[in-house]
Design a protein around this ligand. Structure first.
Ligand code: ADP
Length: 449
């Protein structure tokens, strides 16, 4: 469109007095009619041919010397074309905007949306070219910035937050676009021909930042409590209880307990950050899930005895190969079975099963018959430091990081965690490992079908 317009502009700019040949071409029909009329006059009214020829020569002479009036029509058309250019973005501009990965609005100088790219059409369903941009973008700070760009012609970048339907953060880059003038010279300043509004969704980035700061705050808080207790006991032992052997023994036992709590916390925090570092790299080894689960049950049998609980295992015979990291999968099994022991002790029984996964792969399920979990807690259990009951978790030596670690390990393994529970009926934590193509090639431990 811009190219056509430029072609029309150059055509209209040459409309003025032209070459003698051009003038004769322009007047060819008048001269032809005059020639025919002269021939008719010579034949019908006996006009001498020399007189007719003389009249024709005179006519051609006048045609050659009369200055030609410049026709205003082409320049009006050019003006219209120019106005059109200012209202509708050209193909080049549209193709460029379409290539951008974020929602983009091309708005004209009057604030009317003239074009939106495909991403914006998906994100802002109601957007229609021809509507004022304020119909789709309502944030007051964005519209104010838009007006400033329109008035001053300088680019701006602003951020704003929206509360509805969920808390979200956005950033908009608002840039003026000046079309080159007809003579090709660049323009700038106020009243740009178009304004490009490109929007970036910052919600995910902000959530991650918030999660990080919350995590640091929570971790410091969790560490500060045992640290305060340790300091308190040290001061007591240095002062009033200096010569009290009985108190010293009791305090030292509590101090050891608090120091262990700090160690567990630091171990879990480090473990979490190590797993996070490798979050996007899927393990490339194959391990026997059945062996891992048997090993974990053996390791936890002293705790099970202490809690007076039986752990029953149901698994197909032979190897069950899954793509995974042995140490990390031991950590998963340990966390789930240990939680079942800690929080399901009223049920007297824990069932661990390895069964074909749905729709494919393998599923490791840990079921307890304890107090269960109320539905409102289920979606938050894998959040860092989230505990249904902080006191009971602490009394069980919990850090509140176990299930967060499980979730991170499973994400890396492309596995899924499903939690089912009803208060009073216990809980079932099920991990589904995806279908293992390479394991199938090795023909080991495949579920039937
Ligand atoms: P913790 O170190 O506190 O055990 P987890 O991340 O392992 O932390 O678990 C988070 C919370 O989920 C626990 O504090 C507990 O309230 C709840 N929970 C986990 N497993 C069970 C279970 N089998 N039965 C009931 N509640 C559970």
């Amino acid at each position: 469109m811009a190219d056509n317009t430029e072609a029309t502009d150059s055509l209209s700019s040459t409309a003025g007095p032209t070459s003698p040949l051009g003038r004769l071409r322009d007047l060819r029909w008048v001269l032809l009619v005059a020639l025919a009329a002269g021939a008719l006059a010579a034949l019908t009214y006996d006009v001498p041919p020399a007189a007719v020829a003389g009249a024709l020569v005179l006519l051609v002479g006048v045609a050659l010397i009369t200055p030609r009036r410049a026709t205003p029509v082409p320049s009006i058309a050019a003006d219209e074309q120019r106005n059109q250019r200012r209202m509708w973005p050209g193909t080049g501009m549209k193709v460029t905007v379409d290539a951008l990965p974020m929602p983009c609005f091309l708005v004209d100088g009057r604030g009317i949306t003239r074009y939106v790219n495909a991403v914006a059409r998906t994100r802002y369903a109601a957007v229609r070219p021809g509507d004022p941009v304020s119909f789709s973008l309502r944030a007051p700070s964005l519209l104010e910035a838009f007006d400033r760009v329109r008035t001053h012609g300088t680019a701006e970048r602003i951020e704003w937050a929206e509360k509805v339907p969920t808390e979200s953060w956005f950033e908009a880059s608002i840039a003026p676009i000046h079309l080159p003038a007809a003579n090709g010279s660049a323009k700038s300043g106020a009243n740009p021909d178009f304004i490009l509004v490109a929007i970036r969704d910052l919600t995910e980035q902000r959530r991650l930042e918030r999660m990080r700061t919350d995590f640091v705050a929570n971790a410091s808080h969790e560490l500060r409590t045992p640290l305060a207790s340790l300091t308190g006991f040290i001061e007591t032992l240095q002062g009033p209880a200096r010569d009290d052997a009985v108190a010293r023994e009791r305090f030292l036992a509590i101090m050891l307990d608090q120091a262990n709590r700090m160690r567990r916390l630091i171990d879990d925090i480090l473990s979490l950050s190590r797993i996070e570092l490798r979050a996007h790299v899927r393990p490339d080894t194959y391990v026997d899930l059945a062996e891992i689960v048997r090993h974990t049950i053996d390791a936890l049998s002293p705790l099970a005895r202490d809690m007076d609980l039986d752990i029953a295992l149901e698994a197909p015979a032979g190897e069950i190969l899954v793509q995974g990291d042995r140490d990390e999968l031991i950590q998963v099994a340990e966390n789930l079975i240990e939680n079942a022991l800690k929080y399901g002790s009223t049920g007297k029984r824990i069932e661990v099963a390895i069964e074909p996964g749905r729709p494919s792969g393998w599923c490791l399920a840990v079921r307890d018959y304890g107090e269960g979990i109320a539905p409102e807690h289920l979606p938050r259990l894998t959040e860092r430091f989230y505990r249904v009951d902080v006191a009971s978790s602490r009394s069980m030596k919990g850090t509140g990081l176990g299930l967060a670690i499980v979730k991170h390990i499973l994400t890396r393994h492309r596995a899924r965690l499903d939690i089912d529970s009803k208060p009073g009926e216990g809980a079932r934590f099920a991990v589904t490992f995806p279908d293992q193509g390479a394991a199938a090639d090795r023909g080991a431990g495949r579920p039937a079908g």
